[in-house]
Design a binder for this molecule. Structure first.
Ligand SMILES: Cc1cc2nc3c(=O)[nH]c(=O)nc-3n(C[C@H](O)[C@H](O)[C@H](O)COP(=O)(O)OP(=O)(O)OC[C@H]3O[C@@H](n4cnc5c(N)ncnc54)[C@H](O)[C@@H]3O)c2cc1C
Length: 396
């Protein structure tokens, strides 16, 4: 049977995971990335068991363990007095229950771990996609230097502003009204945050802060949201103003003030998502990751879902061969859409829940059984095995 050829746009977490999973399956895949130099910037990313189990199977268990932190818990606290509202146990308890760890990782570490799985001659830098065309026989990437690349399948892993997605739906990113300041602080400047490695959140009126250690505990990554009607930048390198951030969090718990006070630089990022769609492919074109289902980061699952997408798509394609492409893409959509749509919506709902002003609804949130049921309420999310779902659907 002739080999299927896959061309991927974007070498972020989604694109590299797909390239790694296709390489493992012996499928020819080339990744075309707009930037000239591959270096994931930004700060930390939480990788939950639903994704770490897939990364382990791709061969990254030891490499991740060497750079990641395994937080003992996720703690949610009140914005003013720091009172503990809710604690989700992680650490060994989570690892035992789900058979894979919860990790907090620097993005650059995750990115270079994924890159190590892809043969260097399969990643093409300085290759900006400007358009996609397709016929019954092939799909084609049109790059900004005027060259084109033909493939049996084009996969858009080109993020929230995906060019590939335009083949499937005509929609636009929608601004959430929220911006997020992100930063990395050397651990020695915030020793009070390192007694036990945890993901810590402080929830308050209209905004929240999250922080956790990364880089084997050498740095603390944080994100602090601030509402803004008029900010539209989406770039890890868009500079934020630490003084402005401190002002926005005046009156919050002293640990929040100390954390922000320890930051020397911050980036500021406007948070967008898109409406869920009911297709992830059209003809010889498919999308994965943020190109498929960009979500607000309030459930820390965007990258996790990108990894799940990539592994599932690779399994479906490995079964297909060139003549079964259409069926493979239908199967990929069937497996992925219900889950990613649910998580996308939940992430948006969390924006409201996290930011309730003090009052009845906030008190109900803080005392609800739902929020206090430990790992049980994460079973559907962390316990899910995307690869198994794909292989089971093969038998079905
Ligand atoms: C503040 C914040 C915190 C987050 N925290 C978490 C978390 O803790 N856990 C989690 O799971 N998720 C988190 N996320 C979400 C996560 O960052 C994204 O879901 C994830 O990065 C998506 O990966 P991706 O590869 O699909 O897209 P991207 O990371 O956007 O990568 C897209 C790639 O495609 C390239 N590209 C774009 N356009 C083109 C083009 N035209 N031609 C060629 N290449 C192109 C880009 O340069 C880039 O390399 C967070 C997001 C934000 C904003």
């Amino acid at each position: 049977m002739p080999q299927i050829r896959v061309a991927v746009a974007g070498a972020g977490i989604a694109g590299l995971t797909l390239a790694a999973a296709l390489h493992r399956a012996g499928i020819d895949c080339h990744v075309h990335e707009q930037t000239d130099r591959l270096s994931e910037v930004g700060a930390g990313v939480q990788v939950a068991p639903n994704a770490t189990r897939l990364l382990h199977r791709l061969g990254l268990r030891d490499r991740l363990r060497a750079v990641a932190v395994a937080p003992e818990a996720i703690e949610m606290r009140r914005w003013d007095d720091g009172r503990l509202l809710h604690r989700t146990p992680l650490g060994d308890q989570c690892h035992r229950r789900f058979g894979a760890p919860y990790h907090a990782v620097h993005r650059a570490d995750l990115h270079s771990a994924l890159l190590s799985l892809v043969p260097p001659d399969r990643v093409h830098l300085g290759a900006r996609l400007v358009a996609v065309t397709q016929s019954t026989d092939e799909a084609r990437l049109h790059l900004s230097d005027g060259t084109t690349v033909a493939a049996d399948l084009v996969v858009g892993a080109d993020g929230i502003h995906s060019v590939v997605r335009e083949q499937i739906v005509a929609d636009q990113p929608r601004y959430s009204g929220q911006t997020i300041y992100r930063g990395l602080v050397p651990a020695e400047r915030v020793p009070f945050l390192l007694t036990e490695p945890r993901v810590r959140l402080w929830l308050g009126p209209d905004q929240h802060v999250v922080c956790y250690p990364v880089s084997s505990g050498r740095q603390v990554s944080f994100g602090a949201t601030v509402s803004a009607a008029d900010w539209r930048e989406e770039s890890w390198s868009a500079r934020g103003d630490v003084a402005e951030l401190a002002k926005a969090y005046a009156g919050w718990h002293r640990d929040v003030a100390r954390l922000i006070g320890a930051a020397q630089t911050v980036s500021r990022w406007a948070l967008h998502d898109r409406e869920s769609i009911d297709r992830l492919s059209s003809g010889r074109v498919a999308v994965i990751g943020d190109a498929a289902h960009p979500m607000l980061p309030f459930q820390a699952q965007g990258a996790n879902q990108a990894i799940e997408d990539a592994v599932v798509l690779a399994v479906c394609l490995a079964d297909a061969g060139p003549n079964g492409l259409d069926a493979a893409l239908r199967r990929y959509e069937r497996i992925r859409l219900p889950r990613t749509t649910r998580i996308q919506r939940q992430s948006r709902a969390n924006a409201e829940t996290f930011h309730l002003v003090d009052g009845d609804a906030q008190r109900r949130r803080d005392t609800s059984a739902e929020i206090s049921s430990g790992l049980d309420r994460h079973e559907w999310l962390f316990g899910y095995d995307a690869e198994q779902a794909a292989t089971t659907s093969r038998r079905a």
